[in-house]
Design a protein around this ligand. Structure first.
Ligand SMILES: *Cc1c(COP(=O)(O)O)cnc(C)c1O
Length: 443
């Protein structure tokens, strides 16, 4: 069998799969915090285009991918499915391990799958400019690339600490023509107020989200874009699993277990959702979502209505949450430090269809380095969590010939600073601040 299974351009799926109609017992609607009534599309249309709001609320199983989006996808898609045969040998396992390599995208992660679609729908409705936040810089890079493709301006509010520590991410965004400011910034009311009271704050994703939403809500030519969590983002990411399913068929394999790392849930959902209908029809397949022990949204959070940001500007979203003012310890997988989990992923955890597990960052870096040595690709710190999950599955019983499929959400070449710290012994494990969770949830 060949090492990697590659599809031709014309074998790429032409529709996305929408998991919402297949979620047992359905989803709870987002609520307007002012009325506690379900939030209709009118209010949200101030910051999102109708094309995306329709997808957000759609009950259709398949939604056609516009030709303009497929054209951009073809820069790196279909992405390869690879058999991690050298990793299997190193582990001494009879399990077969496959990974879907989303690290081959122009910015090195799965995030452009949604960024390109979001830029397209905004452009189609005459929007001139998008505002967004970025933590580690992966989403900002993806949206900068996508807005550049469609001739839109892009303004990125980048969490101050990352802005100072990750200069190359900033340069990637600049190369694509985006404007970047450190958040909190003096460009918004939220930012100015925080700067006044806390001039030395390192910033947070919650603050940056609030700034980007304020920017979009106060300018006619500008909309807002979010890189995970929302139903339309999960929809766009289904291209990962739809391709993988075809590739696994070509390999003559069917996964016993699908694994992904979970920040807001979009890359894991993208890979697993197209397999959900098989599971619901009785096929034996397990879904394992891996999260950091320092930000254990699914394993220690509550399924409840909560805000998506610190300033409480978003609708109330029904999801697993650690509380909107939960501040996770500074682990090196920046993309996994969000307090909430996508409503679709949360619902499947609630239904016991997804098995959540939590792992510590040191065991993840160890797994990532073993992967680099055996398979030749250095994983992003986030992706190391999925690899750790796959290693745990493959070594539970070395004689069990099960088939494992995991999502390789991104490469780590722009995150070598984290590896540097690992090698120099500066990294250690963090448990989550349990008192803080209880505090914020029971207020
Ligand atoms: C952003 C990111 C994640 C986490 O986000 P999800 O929405 O959970 O997918 C994981 N891996 C990489 C490489 C990322 O950039």
């Amino acid at each position: 069998m060949s090492k990697k299974i590659v599809l031709r351009d014309d074998e790429m799926p032409t529709s996305w799969y929408n998991v919402v109609p297949d979620i047992p017992n359905g989803l709870q609607p987002p609520l307007d915090p002012e009325t506690n009534e379900p939030m209709g599309p009118e209010k949200l249309s101030v910051i999102f285009p109708m094309g995306l709001l329709e997808q957000e609320m759609s009950a259709e199983r398949f939604i056609k991918i516009p030709d303009e989006v497929l054209e951009v996808y073809k820069i790196w898609r279909p992405s390869p499915l690879v058999r991690a045969s050298n990793l299997e040998k190193a582990l001494g396992t009879k399990a077969k391990i496959f990974f879907k390599n989303e690290g081959v995208s122009p910015v090195g992660s799965h995030k452009p799958n949604s960024a390109v679609a979001q830029a397209y729908y905004n452009k189609r409705e005459g929007v001139k400019r998008l505002a967004t936040e970025t933590g580690a810089g992966q989403w900002g890079s993806a949206l900068s690339m996508a807005t550049n493709r469609f001739g839109l301006e892009c303004k990125v509010y980048m969490v101050r600490v990352s802005y100072d520590q990750k200069p190359y991410r900033k340069s990637i965004m600049q190369a694509f023509g985006a404007g970047i400011v450190a958040s909190p910034s003096s460009d918004t009311n939220t930012g100015r107020a925080i700067l006044e009271s806390h001039p030395d704050t390192p910033g947070s994703l919650g603050i940056a989200i609030s700034e980007a939403i304020e920017d979009a809500a106060t300018r006619d030519d500008t909309n807002y874009a979010l890189g995970s969590v929302l139903n339309h983002v999960i929809l766009h990411q289904s291209i990962i699993g739809l391709e993988a399913k075809k590739q696994m068929e070509i390999a003559g394999e069917y996964p016993d277990v699908i694994i992904g790392c979970c920040g807001g849930g979009s890359n894991f959902a993208g890979l697993m959702n197209p397999y959900l209908p098989d599971h619901l029809e009785g096929r034996k397949i397990r879904f394992v979502g891996v999260e950091p022990a320092s930000c254990p949204t699914m394993t220690a959070g509550k399924l409840a209505y909560d805000f998506g940001d610190v300033a409480k500007t978003t609708p109330l979203i029904y999801m697993y949450t650690l509380g909107h003012d939960f501040i996770p310890p500074g682990i090196h997988a920046g993309g996994l430090r969000y307090h909430g989990m996508a409503p679709t992923v949360s619902a499947l955890v609630g239904e016991k269809i997804i098995e959540p597990v939590r792992v510590h960052q040191m065991e993840c870096f160890e797994a990532g380095i073993l992967f680099a040595k055996t398979e030749g690709i250095i994983p992003a710190p986030e992706t190391c969590h999925a690899i750790r999950g796959a290693v745990i599955e493959a070594t539970k019983d070395l004689n069990d010939p099960k088939t494992i499929l995991f999502n390789f959400s991104g490469h780590g070449l722009i995150d070598m600073g984290s590896y540097d710290k690992y090698f120099s012994g500066e990294l250690h494990n963090y448990d989550y601040p349990e008192e803080q969770i209880a505090e914020v949830l029971y207020h």
